[in-house]
Design a binder for this molecule. Structure first.
Ligand SMILES: Nc1ncnc2c1ncn2[C@@H]1O[C@H](COP(=O)(O)OP(=O)(O)OP(=O)(O)O)[C@@H](O)[C@H]1O
Length: 262
């Protein structure tokens, strides 16, 4: 059996995230069907697909939140299920669902999470202060999370994902419900994270955002990867929007409902 020290020596060269044959079934539905993807080091990787394509299920399996029926996920060389503590230490995760404790303020949340993740009290204080300022949450710090707007919760969850200094960020719809000013802030934070050598995987429905931010993209449809790779290869001479429609099937309805004219 390979020991943790042997595995750790491979961390520098291992792919930040390596998915092999990930499959999840719910009853007769195969939500994710044998997905294999390598997320290259330093990439800004977009995951796109229609509603119900399996993006959240795939990302949840990739980070160890949902157990796959088949397949594996490795973060920096550590399997999420056989070496979860090591694997998760490299990951910063923004899940889709609202998991935040409702009775804490953002700073109470960050302090608790930081200490639970083994950071020293001084580092936790420093990073909490910085995150509250950068994400514009300082003025809301006399408000508990239960009274936050959806966008404020999203920014608090992003702060939680960033706190321990992960190498890989896995973000499910990070820009959903976020106002344009906050979205610009989040974009700058993500760009700085990439510049400092990090890797990001994020899901989105907004093709313009994926085109503006990402160098790689995977298109998921009905649980399967239908295209993946450098974004220029996937879209070819088309816009990503057009490539997406061609890959997943364009909407052929004209949007008219029978009672519109009555
Ligand atoms: N816990 C669950 N139990 C049963 N079915 C589920 C469960 N979670 C997801 N599904 C189903 O799996 C499929 C994929 O869902 P998923 O949320 O992963 O898609 P998605 O691409 O993230 O969708 P969206 O873009 O709408 O957020 C859907 O048909 C969904 O109904």
């Amino acid at each position: 059996m390979t020991g943790t020290n042997d595995l750790r020596s491979d961390v520098a060269t291992a792919a930040p995230l390596r998915l092999r044959g990930l499959t999840k079934r719910y009853g007769t539905l195969t939500a994710v069907d044998a997905v294999t993807l390598d997320i290259p080091a330093g990439s800004f990787y977009g995951l796109v697909g229609p509603n119900g394509a399996g993006k959240t299920t795939l990302l949840s399996m990739a980070v160890g939140l949902v157990r796959p029926d088949e397949g594996t996920s490795d973060a920096c060389g550590f399997d999420l299920w056989t070496h979860p503590v090591e694997a998760k230490s490299f990951l910063g995760v923004l899940p889709e669902s609202d998991f935040l404790p409702r009775r804490l303020t953002a700073s109470e949340l960050l302090r608790s999470v930081g200490l639970l993740r083994g950071l020293s009290a001084s580092v936790v204080e420093e990073r909490t202060d910085e995150l509250l300022d950068v994400l514009g949450l300082r003025d809301a710090d006399n408000t508990v999370i239960a009274d936050f707007s959806t966008g404020m919760r999203k920014k608090s969850a992003l702060a939680v994902a960033l706190l321990h200094g992960p190498r890989v960020l896995v973000l499910d719809e990070p820009f959903e419900s976020v106002d344009p000013v906050s979205a610009a802030t989040i974009r700058s934070i993500l760009a700085a994270f990439i510049s400092s050598g990090g890797t990001i995987v994020f899901s989105s429905h907004v093709m313009a955002l994926v085109e503006a931010l990402c160098d790689h993209v995977a298109v998921l449809a009905a649980g399967k990867v239908v295209a993946a790779g450098p974004i220029d290869d996937v879209r070819g001479s088309r816009s990503l929007d057009d490539a997406f429609s061609a890959l997943v099937g364009a909407d052929t309805t004209d949007g008219t409902l029978s009672w519109f004219a009555s």
